[in-house]
Ligand binder design. Structure first.
Ligand code: MG
Length: 168
């Protein structure tokens, strides 16, 4: 059975919202990544690019898979040792980053550079998702959000080749 694209997109968007991530939060990350390259870049343009990324099936599939694992970990419903690995956000696990890579390159390889950069700096919503407040598990979500921002930044860069990091 193939899930209808519209149903899949609605589920992915609802899950992001349910986990406290709104499109403007991701757009702020895009602005952070691209403002030094594109003059007069505004938040609305960043929002539009995030919206485009969210229409991609591979992105939606990654969102519903990663967030599902975070939710199950939060409820204590995973088998050991995955349960402990996800609740402690163990640094050597790495599968959260690997899963997010399926998003990063949908608009070309600049996304890969942006993803690595934003994952190191962790601005805005990424810092909140990484706060490990003890109540929530966002082991997959932080990488997914960073990857969506990186892909949107890459899409923007390709739309402005004369001003962007593409020419550098
Ligand atoms: Mg993570």
């Amino acid at each position: 059975m193939v899930i209808k694209g519209t149903a899949l997109e609605a589920s992915a968007r609802a899950l992001l919202k349910q986990r406290g991530v709104e499109v403007p939060d991701i757009a702020e990350l895009v602005l952070f990544l691209q403002k030094k390259y594109i003059t007069d870049l505004n938040i609305q343009t960043c929002i539009d690019n995030v919206e485009s990324v969210l229409t991609k099936r591979e992105v939606q599939n990654t969102i519903i898979t990663g967030i599902q694992l975070d939710i199950l970990a939060e409820k204590g419903e995973l088998l050991s040792p995955l349960q402990e690995i996800l609740t402690s956000d163990e640094g050597l696990y790495g599968i959260d980053e690997i899963l997010a890579l399926s998003i990063v390159n949908v608009y070309g390889s600049i996304g890969f550079t942006n993803y690595g950069y934003i994952d190191k700096i962790k601005p805005g919503i990424l810092a909140e998702l990484n706060s490990h407040d003890g109540e929530h598990v966002h082991t997959f979500l932080d990488d997914i959000v960073g990857a969506i921002a990186a892909a949107a930044a890459s899409r923007l860069a390709h739309a402005h080749p004369e001003q962007s990091q593409i020419t550098q």
